[in-house]
Design a protein around this ligand. Structure first.
Ligand SMILES: Cc1ncc(COP(=O)(O)O)c(C=O)c1O
Length: 392
């Protein structure tokens, strides 16, 4: 049987067959989980020249190759590295591309641990760090300095879901010689393909939708041809490789990610529209809603929305936010997202320097899982009633 070319087929067909060829391993549908440090060489000359495909566990195995190939097929990238967490997927490329004396521009609405890494380790290593307004668009040109080497984007924003004009930012950054990195965890490569919109390095916390079950941590970083060698060398230098069982579980998760995302998308949009009409709600921060200020950009560039968004209460503060959270029975209170179960957290914006609001009341972030929508709405309604009853 000839090997099919799946590249032009529908996304769920591609997800089902991406990454490995069963004929490479006796016809077993899934690739082996290779646990390895040492790889043996057949003779001294091959050992000395390292002249074979696999040479040591940190440098890749058939298991990591299967996942990296699958991600390359989805991202359209020249190469992908696999690292032990989504946070490592942020820090490894920043370390690989920045040097003392360089300047990095980071979106102000970035995932908080990215900011923490920049403000502590990057600054200690002599890198200048500035934050920009997520709505900056082509205006980023005015913030670029001669030593700006990286522009780091994330769209939509963590927690507040502002949309960025990625093509305009990438164009301005490239005109001044900077590399553009994007944390694309929210959309996954199914709903946004950063490299097709001018991004050089696409970052994912595979912990979220690719893994899908809140039971492991993993990150992927994919680069275009121009940036691949530098990213790959940085990865090999740092030795920041991932454990084989987790890599395998993410490849397994990819097979069902398309159908899971369809459900996350549908349920989250349904709940977001319903929430817009509930008493006590000022705004719903979901770019798939027509009311969202970034809706036009989302529609232009993205082909879908995942299952996480925020709701802004029409008044109150921490007391009301905590009353809402404490009344929930189906939604768990906890960090992360992308798993099968619903979660809620109270958003903290105290670290922002530009994108601070104003907001009418507390912001609650909801990750909509795979439960039945009516059950989730009933749970949220209980929370809203508790928030309304909470007096200052
Ligand atoms: C946007 C974004 N990027 C990266 C990460 C980090 O992923 P991990 O939890 O695997 O370190 C997260 C985690 O919440 C995230 O929300």
């Amino acid at each position: 049987m000839a090997k099919r070319d799946y590249t032009e087929m529908g996304i769920n067909t591609r997800l089902a067959h991406a990454g490995n060829d069963p004929r490479d391993y006796f016809g077993f549908v899934n690739p082996p989980v290779v646990h390895a440090s040492t790889v043996l060489f057949p003779n001294a000359a091959t050992l000395a020249a390292r002249a074979q495909k696999y040479t040591y566990g940190t440098r890749g195995t058939p298991t990591t190759d299967a996942l990296a190939n699958a991600i390359d097929e989805l991202e359209g990238s020249a190469g992908t590295i696999i690292v032990p967490s989504g946070l490592a997927a942020v820090t490894v490329p920043l370390l690989a591309f920045l040097s003392a004396g360089d300047h990095v521009l980071i979106v102000d609405s970035v995932y908080h641990p990215t900011r923490n890494f920049a403000d502590t380790m990057l600054k200690r290593l002599g890198v200048e760090v500035d934050y920009y307004d997520p709505h900056v668009g082509a205006g980023i040109a005015a913030l670029m300095k001669p030593n700006t080497k990286v522009v780091f984007t994330e769209s939509p924003a963590s927690n507040t879901f502002e949309m960025q004009d990625i093509p305009a930012i990438a164009k301005a950054a490239h005109e001044r010689g900077a590399v553009v990195m994007m944390d694309n965890t929210w959309a996954t490569p199914l709903y946004f393909k950063p490299l097709d919109h001018g991004v050089d390095v696409s970052i994912h916390a595979a912990t979220k939708y690719p893994a899908g079950h809140s039971d492991l941590l993993l990150g992927t970083v994919s680069a275009n041809a121009a940036s691949w060698e530098r990213l790959h060398q940085g990865f090999l230098t740092l030795g920041c490789c991932a454990a084989p069982d987790d890599v395998y579980q993410v490849l397994r998760g990819l097979r069902t990610m398309g159908v899971r995302l369809e459900r996350h998308q549908e349920s989250a949009l349904d709940i977001a529209r319903w929430l817009e009409k509930q008493p006590g709600v000022a705004r719903v921060l979901h770019p798939g809603l027509e009311s969202h200020p970034g809706h036009a950009i989302w529609k232009r560039d993205f082909s879908g929305a995942s299952g996480i968004f925020s709701v802004v209460f029409s008044g109150g503060g921490q007391k009301q936010a905590h009353a809402f959270l404490d009344a929930l029975e189906i939604f768990g209170l906890g960090y992360s997202w992308g798993g099968y179960e619903s979660l809620a957290v109270h958003v903290f914006l105290g670290d922002r320097v530009v994108a601070k609001g104003p907001y009418e009341g507390p912001i609650l972030r909801l990750q909509i899982g795979l439960e039945n929508v009516e059950d989730l709405k009933a749970d949220i309604a209980k929370g809203l009633a508790a928030a309304a009853a909470a007096k200052d």
